[in-house]
Design a protein around this ligand. Structure first.
Ligand code: SF4
Ligand code: SF4
Length: 308
Protein backbone atom coordinates (compact mmCIF):
# COMPACT_ATOMS: atom_id res chain seq x y z
CA UNK A 1 0.00 0.00 0.00
CA UNK A 2 1.20 3.55 -0.71
CA UNK A 3 1.66 5.85 2.21
CA UNK A 4 -0.55 8.90 2.05
CA UNK A 5 -0.71 12.05 4.15
CA UNK A 6 -3.95 10.80 5.61
CA UNK A 7 -2.40 7.52 6.75
CA UNK A 8 0.68 9.23 8.18
CA UNK A 9 -1.45 11.81 9.98
CA UNK A 10 -3.70 9.13 11.47
CA UNK A 11 -0.67 7.14 12.61
CA UNK A 12 0.98 10.21 14.12
CA UNK A 13 -2.18 11.01 16.09
CA UNK A 14 -2.56 7.39 17.14
CA UNK A 15 1.05 7.41 18.37
CA UNK A 16 0.20 10.45 20.48
CA UNK A 17 1.49 13.44 18.53
CA UNK A 18 -0.75 16.51 18.68
CA UNK A 19 0.42 18.28 15.53
CA UNK A 20 1.42 16.96 12.11
CA UNK A 21 2.58 18.83 9.01
CA UNK A 22 4.41 18.06 5.78
CA UNK A 23 6.88 19.98 3.69
CA UNK A 24 9.26 19.39 0.80
CA UNK A 25 12.82 18.40 1.70
CA UNK A 26 14.24 21.47 -0.02
CA UNK A 27 17.26 23.49 0.98
CA UNK A 28 16.69 25.82 3.91
CA UNK A 29 18.50 28.62 2.12
CA UNK A 30 17.02 31.70 3.83
CA UNK A 31 16.99 30.04 7.22
CA UNK A 32 20.66 29.11 6.83
CA UNK A 33 21.55 32.69 5.92
CA UNK A 34 19.81 33.85 9.09
CA UNK A 35 21.65 31.19 11.11
CA UNK A 36 24.99 32.30 9.69
CA UNK A 37 24.18 35.92 10.49
CA UNK A 38 23.27 34.92 14.08
CA UNK A 39 26.47 32.90 14.43
CA UNK A 40 28.50 35.75 12.98
CA UNK A 41 27.30 37.97 15.81
CA UNK A 42 28.37 35.38 18.39
CA UNK A 43 24.80 34.93 19.68
CA UNK A 44 25.36 31.16 20.03
CA UNK A 45 27.60 31.92 23.05
CA UNK A 46 29.31 28.64 24.06
CA UNK A 47 27.18 26.40 21.81
CA UNK A 48 30.01 25.73 19.35
CA UNK A 49 28.09 22.74 18.01
CA UNK A 50 25.74 25.20 16.30
CA UNK A 51 28.62 26.20 14.02
CA UNK A 52 29.14 22.65 12.81
CA UNK A 53 27.40 20.72 10.04
CA UNK A 54 25.99 23.85 8.41
CA UNK A 55 25.60 21.97 5.11
CA UNK A 56 23.52 19.26 6.80
CA UNK A 57 21.42 21.90 8.51
CA UNK A 58 20.85 23.54 5.17
CA UNK A 59 20.17 20.43 3.11
CA UNK A 60 18.72 17.25 4.60
CA UNK A 61 19.92 15.37 1.51
CA UNK A 62 23.27 15.46 3.30
CA UNK A 63 21.59 13.32 5.97
CA UNK A 64 19.27 11.17 3.87
CA UNK A 65 20.27 11.14 0.18
CA UNK A 66 17.33 11.55 -2.16
CA UNK A 67 15.03 12.74 0.61
CA UNK A 68 11.68 14.06 -0.61
CA UNK A 69 9.64 15.25 2.35
CA UNK A 70 9.93 16.22 5.98
CA UNK A 71 7.14 15.25 8.36
CA UNK A 72 7.03 17.68 11.25
CA UNK A 73 5.41 16.64 14.53
CA UNK A 74 4.41 18.49 17.68
CA UNK A 75 3.86 17.07 21.17
CA UNK A 76 2.04 19.19 23.76
CA UNK A 77 3.71 19.25 27.19
CA UNK A 78 1.61 21.87 28.97
CA UNK A 79 0.31 21.05 32.43
CA UNK A 80 -1.84 23.60 34.21
CA UNK A 81 0.24 24.21 37.31
CA UNK A 82 1.90 27.16 39.02
CA UNK A 83 4.98 27.74 41.15
CA UNK A 84 4.12 27.70 44.84
CA UNK A 85 6.93 28.39 47.24
CA UNK A 86 10.03 29.83 45.66
CA UNK A 87 11.46 31.73 48.64
CA UNK A 88 14.25 29.17 49.12
CA UNK A 89 13.65 27.22 45.92
CA UNK A 90 14.53 27.69 42.29
CA UNK A 91 12.08 27.51 39.38
CA UNK A 92 12.47 24.89 36.65
CA UNK A 93 11.35 25.61 33.10
CA UNK A 94 8.04 23.96 32.30
CA UNK A 95 9.47 21.62 29.67
CA UNK A 96 11.65 20.01 32.34
CA UNK A 97 9.03 19.40 35.04
CA UNK A 98 8.66 15.73 34.16
CA UNK A 99 10.47 12.99 32.28
CA UNK A 100 13.05 13.76 29.60
CA UNK A 101 11.03 14.42 26.44
CA UNK A 102 13.69 12.82 24.25
CA UNK A 103 12.97 9.45 25.85
CA UNK A 104 9.24 9.86 25.29
CA UNK A 105 9.49 11.15 21.73
CA UNK A 106 12.14 8.67 20.56
CA UNK A 107 9.85 5.85 21.64
CA UNK A 108 6.94 7.39 19.75
CA UNK A 109 9.06 7.97 16.65
CA UNK A 110 10.30 4.38 16.68
CA UNK A 111 6.72 3.14 17.00
CA UNK A 112 5.47 5.41 14.23
CA UNK A 113 8.29 4.66 11.78
CA UNK A 114 7.93 0.90 12.37
CA UNK A 115 4.20 1.16 11.59
CA UNK A 116 4.91 3.22 8.46
CA UNK A 117 7.47 0.67 7.28
CA UNK A 118 4.96 -2.09 7.73
CA UNK A 119 2.72 -0.29 5.27
CA UNK A 120 5.55 0.65 2.90
CA UNK A 121 8.78 -1.36 3.36
CA UNK A 122 10.47 0.99 0.89
CA UNK A 123 10.25 3.88 3.35
CA UNK A 124 13.54 5.34 4.49
CA UNK A 125 13.43 7.68 7.43
CA UNK A 126 15.73 9.65 9.72
CA UNK A 127 14.16 11.26 12.74
CA UNK A 128 15.37 14.05 14.99
CA UNK A 129 14.35 15.67 18.26
CA UNK A 130 16.65 18.68 18.67
CA UNK A 131 19.75 16.53 19.00
CA UNK A 132 21.13 16.40 15.46
CA UNK A 133 22.16 18.92 12.81
CA UNK A 134 18.57 19.66 11.84
CA UNK A 135 16.78 23.00 12.10
CA UNK A 136 13.73 21.67 13.91
CA UNK A 137 11.90 24.96 14.21
CA UNK A 138 12.50 25.91 10.59
CA UNK A 139 10.97 22.63 9.40
CA UNK A 140 8.02 23.05 11.76
CA UNK A 141 7.36 26.50 10.33
CA UNK A 142 7.66 25.29 6.75
CA UNK A 143 5.31 22.39 7.50
CA UNK A 144 2.69 24.77 8.86
CA UNK A 145 2.78 23.70 12.52
CA UNK A 146 2.97 27.35 13.46
CA UNK A 147 4.88 30.56 12.95
CA UNK A 148 8.17 31.64 14.48
CA UNK A 149 7.31 34.00 17.32
CA UNK A 150 9.43 37.03 18.12
CA UNK A 151 10.82 35.01 21.06
CA UNK A 152 11.96 32.39 18.48
CA UNK A 153 9.64 29.60 19.63
CA UNK A 154 7.13 28.17 17.18
CA UNK A 155 3.53 29.20 17.97
CA UNK A 156 0.53 27.16 16.92
CA UNK A 157 -2.73 29.06 16.56
CA UNK A 158 -4.76 26.45 18.44
CA UNK A 159 -2.21 25.44 21.07
CA UNK A 160 0.32 28.19 21.69
CA UNK A 161 4.00 27.29 21.99
CA UNK A 162 4.17 24.69 24.77
CA UNK A 163 5.02 21.80 22.48
CA UNK A 164 8.09 19.81 21.50
CA UNK A 165 9.07 19.43 17.87
CA UNK A 166 10.25 16.27 16.13
CA UNK A 167 10.99 15.82 12.43
CA UNK A 168 11.12 12.78 10.18
CA UNK A 169 13.06 13.10 6.93
CA UNK A 170 11.71 10.61 4.38
CA UNK A 171 12.36 9.39 0.86
CA UNK A 172 8.62 9.56 0.13
CA UNK A 173 7.00 12.58 -1.42
CA UNK A 174 3.96 13.98 0.36
CA UNK A 175 1.91 16.97 -0.71
CA UNK A 176 3.37 19.88 1.30
CA UNK A 177 1.27 21.90 3.73
CA UNK A 178 1.38 25.66 3.52
CA UNK A 179 3.26 27.68 6.13
CA UNK A 180 0.91 29.89 8.10
CA UNK A 181 1.25 33.63 8.45
CA UNK A 182 2.93 35.38 11.38
CA UNK A 183 0.33 36.39 13.95
CA UNK A 184 2.68 38.27 16.32
CA UNK A 185 1.53 41.52 14.76
CA UNK A 186 2.51 44.60 16.78
CA UNK A 187 2.84 42.62 20.04
CA UNK A 188 6.18 42.92 21.83
CA UNK A 189 5.19 41.32 25.16
CA UNK A 190 8.01 38.76 25.13
CA UNK A 191 10.65 41.36 24.27
CA UNK A 192 9.39 43.73 26.97
CA UNK A 193 9.17 41.01 29.64
CA UNK A 194 12.52 39.27 29.10
CA UNK A 195 14.34 39.82 32.40
CA UNK A 196 17.82 40.01 30.86
CA UNK A 197 17.00 41.78 27.57
CA UNK A 198 18.06 38.68 25.66
CA UNK A 199 15.64 39.24 22.78
CA UNK A 200 17.90 41.80 21.18
CA UNK A 201 15.68 42.25 18.14
CA UNK A 202 12.43 40.78 16.89
CA UNK A 203 13.10 37.07 16.21
CA UNK A 204 16.68 37.30 17.52
CA UNK A 205 17.78 35.89 20.89
CA UNK A 206 21.31 36.46 22.13
CA UNK A 207 22.13 33.28 24.07
CA UNK A 208 24.84 35.17 25.98
CA UNK A 209 22.01 36.96 27.80
CA UNK A 210 19.33 34.23 27.85
CA UNK A 211 18.66 32.57 31.22
CA UNK A 212 17.80 29.31 29.45
CA UNK A 213 21.26 29.14 27.94
CA UNK A 214 23.05 30.51 30.99
CA UNK A 215 21.54 27.88 33.32
CA UNK A 216 21.63 24.84 30.99
CA UNK A 217 24.12 24.74 28.10
CA UNK A 218 26.55 27.25 29.58
CA UNK A 219 29.69 25.70 31.09
CA UNK A 220 31.10 28.91 32.56
CA UNK A 221 30.25 31.01 35.59
CA UNK A 222 27.19 33.23 35.36
CA UNK A 223 28.34 36.82 35.08
CA UNK A 224 27.56 39.04 38.02
CA UNK A 225 26.07 41.67 35.69
CA UNK A 226 22.89 39.56 35.80
CA UNK A 227 22.75 40.14 39.57
CA UNK A 228 19.15 39.68 40.69
CA UNK A 229 17.62 39.54 37.19
CA UNK A 230 17.07 35.77 37.28
CA UNK A 231 13.86 35.92 39.33
CA UNK A 232 14.68 32.55 40.88
CA UNK A 233 15.03 30.65 37.60
CA UNK A 234 17.23 27.69 38.51
CA UNK A 235 16.96 25.72 35.27
CA UNK A 236 15.75 27.42 32.10
CA UNK A 237 13.30 30.31 31.87
CA UNK A 238 9.73 30.60 30.57
CA UNK A 239 9.06 34.31 30.89
CA UNK A 240 8.81 35.01 27.14
CA UNK A 241 6.40 32.12 26.66
CA UNK A 242 4.43 32.82 29.86
CA UNK A 243 3.55 36.34 28.71
CA UNK A 244 2.68 35.36 25.14
CA UNK A 245 -1.04 35.98 24.52
CA UNK A 246 -1.24 32.83 22.40
CA UNK A 247 -0.23 30.74 25.40
CA UNK A 248 -2.43 32.68 27.81
CA UNK A 249 -5.47 32.12 25.58
CA UNK A 250 -4.89 28.76 23.96
CA UNK A 251 -2.63 26.51 26.06
CA UNK A 252 -4.32 23.16 26.62
CA UNK A 253 -3.38 20.44 29.08
CA UNK A 254 -1.37 17.51 27.77
CA UNK A 255 -2.78 14.07 28.36
CA UNK A 256 0.68 12.62 28.98
CA UNK A 257 1.32 11.63 32.60
CA UNK A 258 5.09 11.76 31.97
CA UNK A 259 4.91 15.56 31.81
CA UNK A 260 3.16 15.98 35.15
CA UNK A 261 5.15 18.25 37.45
CA UNK A 262 7.71 16.41 39.56
CA UNK A 263 10.59 18.90 39.50
CA UNK A 264 8.69 22.17 39.25
CA UNK A 265 10.67 23.96 41.94
CA UNK A 266 13.77 22.64 43.69
CA UNK A 267 15.28 23.66 47.06
CA UNK A 268 18.44 25.68 46.45
CA UNK A 269 20.43 23.47 48.82
CA UNK A 270 19.29 20.27 47.02
CA UNK A 271 22.51 19.79 45.08
CA UNK A 272 25.02 20.40 47.87
CA UNK A 273 24.58 16.91 49.26
CA UNK A 274 24.52 15.06 45.92
CA UNK A 275 27.37 13.23 44.22
CA UNK A 276 27.52 12.73 40.45
CA UNK A 277 26.10 9.27 40.92
CA UNK A 278 23.22 10.29 43.24
CA UNK A 279 22.46 13.22 40.91
CA UNK A 280 22.30 10.81 37.98
CA UNK A 281 20.05 8.46 39.93
CA UNK A 282 17.61 11.24 40.81
CA UNK A 283 17.69 13.38 37.65
CA UNK A 284 19.17 11.05 34.99
CA UNK A 285 15.87 10.57 33.17
CA UNK A 286 14.85 14.22 33.36
CA UNK A 287 16.00 17.17 31.22
CA UNK A 288 17.75 18.56 34.32
CA UNK A 289 20.58 16.07 33.79
CA UNK A 290 21.64 18.19 30.80
CA UNK A 291 23.07 20.87 33.10
CA UNK A 292 24.96 18.24 35.13
CA UNK A 293 25.48 18.45 38.89
CA UNK A 294 28.21 21.06 38.47
CA UNK A 295 25.89 23.33 36.49
CA UNK A 296 23.02 22.96 38.96
CA UNK A 297 25.33 23.77 41.88
CA UNK A 298 26.52 26.86 40.03
CA UNK A 299 22.92 27.95 39.29
CA UNK A 300 21.83 27.46 42.90
CA UNK A 301 24.87 29.35 44.21
CA UNK A 302 24.15 32.20 41.78
CA UNK A 303 20.54 32.51 42.96
CA UNK A 304 21.62 32.40 46.59
CA UNK A 305 24.21 35.12 46.10
CA UNK A 306 21.71 37.23 44.14
CA UNK A 307 19.18 37.07 46.99
CA UNK A 308 21.68 38.40 49.58
S1 SF4 B 1 13.95 32.30 27.96
FE1 SF4 B 1 13.92 33.99 29.46
S2 SF4 B 1 15.89 35.00 29.27
FE2 SF4 B 1 15.62 33.72 27.42
S3 SF4 B 1 14.70 35.06 25.91
FE3 SF4 B 1 13.00 34.08 26.97
S4 SF4 B 1 12.48 35.49 28.64
FE4 SF4 B 1 14.50 36.07 27.89
S1 SF4 C 1 4.59 37.56 23.11
FE1 SF4 C 1 3.76 38.63 21.32
S2 SF4 C 1 5.54 39.10 20.06
FE2 SF4 C 1 6.18 37.56 21.53
S3 SF4 C 1 5.91 35.64 20.45
FE3 SF4 C 1 4.02 36.00 21.59
S4 SF4 C 1 2.66 37.07 20.14
FE4 SF4 C 1 4.74 37.16 19.30
Amino acid sequence: MNLTKKIVTQLAKKTGFDLVGFTDAEELAEETDRLKDWLGKGFQAGMAYMEKNIEKRKDVNEILPDSKSVISLGLNYYTDDEYENISDRGKVSRYAWGKDYHLIIWEKLDEMIAALKEIDPGLEAKSYVDTGPVMDKAWAVRAGLGWMGKHTNVINKQMGSWFFIANIITNIKFEPDKPIEDFCGSCTACIDACPTNAIVDEYVVDANRCISYLTIENKKDIHEEFGNQFDNWLFGCDVCQDVCPWNIKFAEETSLKEFEPVNKEIPLNEFEGLTNSTFKKKYGTTPISRARLKGMKRNAAFLKSASK
